[in-house]
Design a protein around this ligand. Structure first.
Ligand SMILES: NC(=O)C1=CN([C@@H]2O[C@H](COP(=O)(O)OP(=O)(O)OC[C@H]3O[C@@H](n4cnc5c(N)ncnc54)[C@H](OP(=O)(O)O)[C@@H]3O)[C@@H](O)[C@H]2O)C=CC1
Ligand SMILES: CC(=O)[C@@H](O)[C@H](O)COP(=O)(O)O
Ligand SMILES: [Mn+2]
Length: 416
């Protein structure tokens, strides 16, 4: 039997997986739909059924097209009643044109819409591809309604930390939280080869972003368009900017600690400009396991949707017949202090990581609005975290209050 055929059988052994895709119009969401489409074609039958779609309100036409294509039962927009009406019109027009005239999904709207889509009864698995810590409520809702959660929205884990651990512990699934972030998917794959006691260190790779090799002084005048010119990945604005400041890698170090329980001082970052080795696990005997594939998020997304099974043909593998070079270099923490700063924030505990992330989200938006310079982003994060009075316990209320304070304080500092 060909390898792929056995793999399709394994993947389909529990039946078609019903998925709710949050952030469906974004980079992760649209690639998830590529995976769903291709799996159906390659397997010759439905593999993943999209039962719910959720997005913001900036691309309602695309959301409508996705709804008609997938026939999702529930379609959610974070927009207002007008946005919902516009969405319903677009769906009904398109359904008429595309011979799906009978298709009438349930349309919901408002700030809670994605959270409701995360808890939708029909779904087995929720893919959270929303940007920002606004994704925390949907993350918790997915776990609390006992879904599998394929998590790209790292900000919810940073902000929610122990709250997410509690929700994971209460789940009846052995392993409900599946990493989709490329580095963490790589680590999860490498960790399949050894037990927790064998692990010595986790090594996260970083592309180095568009400003790799520059000194702090050389970063001073860079413009938003420069920061968005990522060398290897095509992603949304927030994560792309975070790659340029190394805040993305900082969030990912803490994400790895929260996902895999390895202490922060046993997690390293190495710059690997080709983005082919997505991360590595070093074992106690000196062996290192690395996961490698050309940069394409459809691979970790597919593994997230099919976990623990691989989706055959999800992405193109490395071409070993061609000469190639992979290089590795240390992170310059003087030019890019974000990783050191998050380790300090994590040591303060409770709400400090949520504050780090919220201040960063505000600063990134201010940078793109032309209100501040590039270096002000991480400098502001550092100041806001330093001023923060950490809450004693991590509750949803404490996180929301800390975030509200951090956003206001960051905005004040950015105006001054
Ligand atoms: N892109 C990538 O390759 C990678 C991304 N990630 C992580 O995945 C997450 C998504 O990133 P990315 O896809 O790049 O981001 P994008 O900006 O491309 O997409 C964000 C998506 O979230 C939607 N959205 C925004 N606000 C809400 C809301 N309140 N309710 C529901 N949906 C909302 C947007 O809708 P609308 O279109 O209407 O604005 C859009 O669909 C981030 O956490 C990022 O760090 C991790 C690894 C790789
Ligand atoms: C694809 C992915 O997982 C991104 O989070 C990626 O890691 C960003 O690239 P950097 O390594 O430049 O942060
Ligand atoms: Mn990543």
């Amino acid at each position: 039997m060909p390898a792929a055929q056995g793999q399709w059988e394994a993947l389909l052994s529990d039946g078609v997986r019903r998925v709710s895709i949050l952030g469906s119009t974004g980079s992760i969401g649209t690639q998830a739909l590529d995976v769903v489409r291709k799996a159906r074609k390659d397997a010759g039958q439905e593999v993943f059924r999209v039962v719910a779609l959720a997005a913001g309100a900036s691309n309602l036409k695309l959301l409508a097209r996705q709804a008609v294509e997938t026939r999702a039962e529930l379609v959610a927009t974070s927009g207002d009643a007008d946005a919902a009406a516009q969405l319903a019109d677009s769906i009904s027009n398109l359904a008429g044109i595309l011979d799906a005239g009978h298709y009438r999904p349930r349309i919901i709207h408002g700030p809670e819409a994605a959270t409701r889509a995360a808890a939708v009864e029909d779904a087995d698995l929720v893919l959270n591809g929303i940007t920002g810590s606004i994704g925390l409520a949907p993350t918790l809702a997915a776990l609390e309604s006992n879904k599998l959660l394929a998590l790209a929205n790292k900000e919810s884990l940073i902000a929610g930390g122990a709250l997410i651990h509690q929700a994971v512990a209460a789940s009846t699934h052995e392993d409900p939280l599946i990493p989709v972030d490329s580095e963490h998917s790589a680590l999860a794959q490498a960790l399949r080869s050894g037990s927790a006691t064998e692990v010595d260190r986790l090594i996260l790779t970083a592309s180095g972003g568009p400003f790799r090799g520059r000194t702090r002084e050389q970063l001073r005048g860079v413009k938003p368009a420069d920061a968005l010119a990522h060398p290897t990945w095509d992603m949304g604005l927030m994560v792309t900017t975070n790659s340029a400041t190394m805040v993305n890698k900082a969030l990912e170090v803490l994400e790895a600690h929260l996902l895999f329980g390895v202490e922060l001082d046993r997690i390293d970052v190495v710059v690997h400009p080709q983005s082919v080795v997505h991360s590595m696990v070093q074992f106690t005997d000196g062996s290192t396991m690395a996961q490698a594939s050309p940069p394409d998020m459809r691979l970790p997304i597919a593994l997230g949707l099919g976990w623990p099974h691989r989706v055959p043909g999800a992405a193109t593998p490395c071409d070993w017949s061609r000469a190639t070079q992979w290089t590795f270099e240390p992170l310059d923490e003087d030019a890019f202090p974000a990783v050191r700063l998050i380790k300090e924030a994590a040591a303060r505990g409770a709400t400090a990581p949520a504050v780090y992330n919220a201040a960063n989200e505000q600063a990134v938006l201010a940078f793109h609005a032309g209100r501040i310079g590039f270096l002000d982003i991480v400098d502001t994060v550092a100041r806001v975290v330093e001023e923060h009075q950490v809450a004693d316990d991590l509750t949803v209320k404490a996180v929301l209050e800390a975030e509200r304070w951090a956003r206001t304080r960051a905005d004040q500092l950015l105006i001054d």
